[in-house]
Write a protein of this length. Structure first.
Ligand code: ADP
Ligand code: MG
Ligand code: MG
Length: 249
């Protein structure tokens, strides 16, 4: 699904990602943990092709395609989905308009026809239901005045509608209460499929009780310094990150 090979990337000419390698197979869930400022969000932004996040060396293939060579829109149409830590508000554009445009762009890229308004609404209503979000959120401006929990539910709803191949969730659990956390986890678990993969960036082991990862990686100083199974998250919770710095040194 995703093969990152010795990737280096800079933000404003400062090297942030340093020879990072990661292999995500189809159907797998990989959790990425690590200290603040390690480069976790930068990695997501580089993969999504966000302007200002410059790959400088290494390679990334997504479903066998050269990811770094694709425009951000094409990456999304090919099925890469990045859920941001801080979702943006877009007043004046309804959630529904944005979602339909995104879904249709992805469908058109796959050679499928545009959805009828009725079919789209049916899908959108079901997705709202799955994340306990009132249907009125479809008519509101994108994220406009949404609470933190509503933004996250909205994001998972978007993800459901987009049917991505690779979902990157960057601290989707930050600031969520237990109910919202479980809704997010339920959404992710409902979407688990043999041909879909997830990269879940989180600070808290708690999320991984609900979204059980196949692999846990520690990203520190721009590279992956340790990988393991879900027990690594428990070890990190108990011991913090400093012991790893000693180990790496
Ligand atoms: P993490 O998500 O692991 O906490 P980030 O990827 O957000 O870490 O940040 C890694 C480093 O990159 C930090 O030193 C941060 O200040 C820097 N960085 C990230 N994005 C930007 C940006 N847009 N402009 C300047 N520096 C940035
Ligand atoms: Mg951070
Ligand atoms: Mg971050």
């Amino acid at each position: 699904m995703l093969k990152i090979n010795e990737l280096c990337a800079s933000v404003e000419d400062k090297a942030i990602i340093r020879q990072l390698s990661l292999d995500v197979g189809p159907g797998e869930i990989h959790a990425i943990m690590g200290p603040n400022g390690a480069g976790k969000s930068t990695l997501g932004n580089v993969l999504a092709g966000r302007p200002g996040y410059e790959p400088t060396a290494g390679s990334v293939t997504f479903k066998g395609l050269d990811l770094l060579d694709m425009d951000p829109e094409i990456r999304a149409r090919e099925g890469l989905f990045l859920a941001f830590q801080y979702p943006v508000e877009i007043p004046g554009v309804s959630n529904m308009e944005l979602l339909k445009a995104a879904v249709d762009a992805r469908r058109s890229h796959a050679g499928l026809s545009e959805l009828s308004a009725i079919d789209f609404m049916k899908m959108a209503r079901e997705a709202c239901k799955a994340v306990d979000l009132d249907q009125s959120f479809l008519k509101r401006g994108v994220n406009e005045g949404f609470s933190g929990g509503e933004k996250k539910r909205n994001e998972i709803m978007q993800m459901m509608l987009m049917e991505p191949s690779l979902c990157i969730l960057d601290e989707t659990d930050s600031g969520l209460d237990i109910d919202a956390l479980q809704v997010v986890a339920r959404g992710v678990n409902a979407m688990r499929a043999a041909d879909r993969s997830f990269i879940v960036v989180t600070h808290y082991q708690r999320l991984l009780d609900y979204i059980v990862p196949d692999y846990v990686h520690v990203l520190a100083n721009g590279r992956i310094v340790k990988s393991g199974d879900k027990s690594l998250a428990l070890e990190l919770e108990a011991k913090g990150y400093s012991w790893l710095e000693d180990e790496v040194a």
